[in-house]
Design a protein around this ligand. Structure first.
Ligand code: FAD
Length: 580
């Protein structure tokens, strides 16, 4: 069995970096590669450079559990600080040397005979293609890294710049210019107040909204140096603060149940309506207060957006949608022409095409899309959002049904990382970089040598059925269209329908019988969790031998006592074999 790298990770964002760090921390191995299409790590926080880009989860919780940061400057940090956080972690664990930048994974094909993945990678600069063979492949490409294409007719005729918020064109200076913004989701509500206010304000900013979102009040205080010192020096302070932030968000889950959460949602609706009416201009109340259930879409935290709608240079248009883009701007359904020097697309991401545009082929050359076509009418599903049957040694971070409507994505991905590392542990421990660390693991000569892990198809089907059933009980299925629901089948492709602490629980106490490990040499199923009696005895003896030789060398025990001990172990081993 030969390969170029033991673990190949696709994507150097939060998920890919977290995985790499935990491979190092848990197994002490460095034989992994991260393939990243951009020029740096950070993913979302590298790509989204629009003005005002920031986090909607408090930073003390939107951070890795293994890398708490006492120095967050404010409750909800802005993009540069978050990006710096991820980069500093990559530097601290010397991960950058394992990243192949400007490299795009085009396809990954499972090779049955060598039990490895052949991964085709295209260099974004030279356009050259290389292949790397890996024992294990983990996709960490995120769910929000492919911006949606503009589907408004006439885009090619527009004379000015037209760009997506995730691909901000920094050459465009909006000061005193006419700007059209299409979309009113989280990103738009962050950059509209910045573009329309201050000394660099736009002449006119016209925003077109297709749907309304529940907007809630948010304060974003700066942390004082006393607070930061408290976090840094008082034992457990950061953990306790984090636990508080966790609970403040996790308790929102009670409101998601269509039946039992009714009263909680009614209270939330009241609070949100009051907030909108207090802050936004009266003429927009109808547009800003959704008719759909609260919680159906991820709530948007108000970053001074509602207040900026009072500005004379801002107009929100919700009842006269854009019909087409014309050379000078846009023309609406009613025939109104709105002039624009630039058009900003805040239209979100292609979330329904999971792992698009990569071509991933598992056993018998079946592609992921073909697999999902035959199993779930084309809808992406995966066991624990991570494993797909027929795709051995392959794992998906932020896979189907792993998103939450109320918590941090980092929390969820860390659960997936725990789960994945626990599944691959028996395989990693047979691979050269782990075995070479110590002579002890090489005693796996006496134990099965698992080479391949796959989830059982029946287990994956049951997990998907459970997920879909549970999703039906929650607000996302209450009839509002949203990004989580596949329009064709009505299946939920994004959300995890349970408390997040139970997601963590499942990541630790998963059903081992749902997975099959096979051995390289024999191709037979093995159970790495129950080592052979001979292996057990050999390990005990080896540890005993090492300890006693140390003790003999230091003169703590005499040689005769050791001899007696060894005889006893051999006798026990014989007994054990007889008993088996
Ligand atoms: C504007 C914005 C704000 C957000 N705010 C929050 C928030 O406040 N709280 C929250 O919990 N979540 C938030 N999210 C969700 C956010 O995406 C996740 O929290 C997190 O950053 C996802 O990390 P990731 O590593 O899984 O994916 P990403 O950050 O998207 O990283 C994926 C990486 O994979 C690379 N890649 C993709 N395809 C390929 C390929 N084929 N070959 C090679 N490389 C590839 C990309 O270049 C990217 O670097 C936000 C998302 C956006 C877009």
């Amino acid at each position: 069995m030969s390969f170029d790298t033991e673990v190949l990770i696709i994507g150097g964002g939060m998920s890919g970096l977290g995985l790499a760090v935990q491979l190092i921390r848990k197994f002490g191995v460095r034989d992994f590669e991260i393939i990243e299409k951009s020029e740096d790590v950070g993913g979302t926080w590298l790509a989204n450079t629009y003005p005002g880009c920031g986090c909607d989860v408090a930073s003390h919780f939107y951070s890795y559990s293994f890398a708490l940061n006492p120095d967050w400057t404010r409750k909800y940090s802005m993009r540069p600080e978050i990006q710096q956080y991820f980069r500093s972690i990559a530097e601290q664990y010397r991960i950058l040397e394992n990243v192949r930048f400007h490299s795009f994974v085009e396809k990954a094909i499972w090779d049955e005979s060598s039990e490895t993945w052949t991964v085709t990678i295209k260099d974004q600069k030279t356009k050259q293609t290389i292949t790397r063979r890996a024992k294990i492949v983990i996709s960490a490409v995120g769910a929000l890294s492919v911006p949606k294409e503009c589907d408004t007719p006439g885009a090619e005729t527009f004379e000015g710049p037209i760009f997506h918020s995730a691909k901000w064109d920094h050459r465009f200076d909006w000061q005193n210019k006419d700007v059209v913004v299409i979309g009113n989701g989280c990103s738009a509500t962050q950059f509209v107040p910045i573009m329309s206010g201050g000394p660099r304000a736009t002449k006119k900013l016209t925003q077109f909204a297709r749907q309304s979102h529940w907007l809630s009040e948010r304060e974003n205080p700066y942390y004082s140096s006393t607070f930061k010192n408290f976090m840094r020096y008082v034992p457990l302070a950061m953990r306790l603060y984090r636990a508080k932030l966790y609970w403040d968000m996790e308790k929102d889950f009670t409101g998601f149940n269509i039946q039992s959460g009714r009263n909680i949602r009614a209270d939330l609706v009241k609070t949100n309506k009051e907030y909108v009416k207090r802050v936004a201009p009266r003429k927009y109340w109808d547009v800003l207060i959704p008719k759909t259930e609260i919680g159906c879409k991820r709530k948007v935290l108000d970053t001074d957006y509602l207040a900026c709608l009072h500005r004379p240079n801002v107009e929100l248009v919700a009842t006269d949608p854009i019909k087409e883009i014309i050379p000078s701007g846009v023309r609406t359904e009613s025939g109104r022409e709105v002039k624009a020097d630039a058009i900003v697309l805040a239209i979100g991401f292609a979330t329904s095409q999971l792992l698009f545009p990569m071509d991933i082929r598992g056993k018998n050359g079946i592609s992921l899309n073909k697999h999902w076509d035959s199993e779930t009418e084309g809808v992406a599903q995966a066991y624990f959002g991570t494993c797909v049957p027929g795709f051995p040694n392959f794992f998906i971070m932020m896979g189907p049904n792993t998103t939450t409507g109320h918590l941090s994505v980092i929390y969820t991905v860390e659960c997936q990382i725990n789960f994945t590392l626990s599944l691959i542990e028996p395989i990693i421990k047979t691979l050269p970089s782990y075995r070479n660390r110590s002579i002890l693991p090489s005693l796996s000569l006496f134990s099965p040598v698992p080479s391949v892990i796959d989830v059982k198809p029946e287990a994956a089907r049951l997990d998907s059925a459970w997920t879909q059933l549970e999703c039906k009980k929650l607000v996302w299925s209450s009839g509002c269209t949203n990004w989580a629901i596949d329009p064709k089948t009505g299946m939920n492709i994004m959300m995890y329908p349970d408390w997040q602490f139970l997601y963590w629980w499942r990541s630790i106490f998963y059903k081992k019988q749902d997975f099959v490990y096979t051995e390289a040499k024999t191709g037979k199923e093995v159970k790495p969790w129950s080592p052979s009696p001979l292996g057990l005895v050999a390990r005990t003896a080896a540890v005993g031998l090492l300890v006693s030789s140390g003790l003999i060398a230091t003169g703590v025990v005499d040689r005769d006592a050791v001899e007696d001990g060894v005889k006893h172990i051999v006798a026990s081993a014989k007994e054990l074999v007889k008993w088996r």
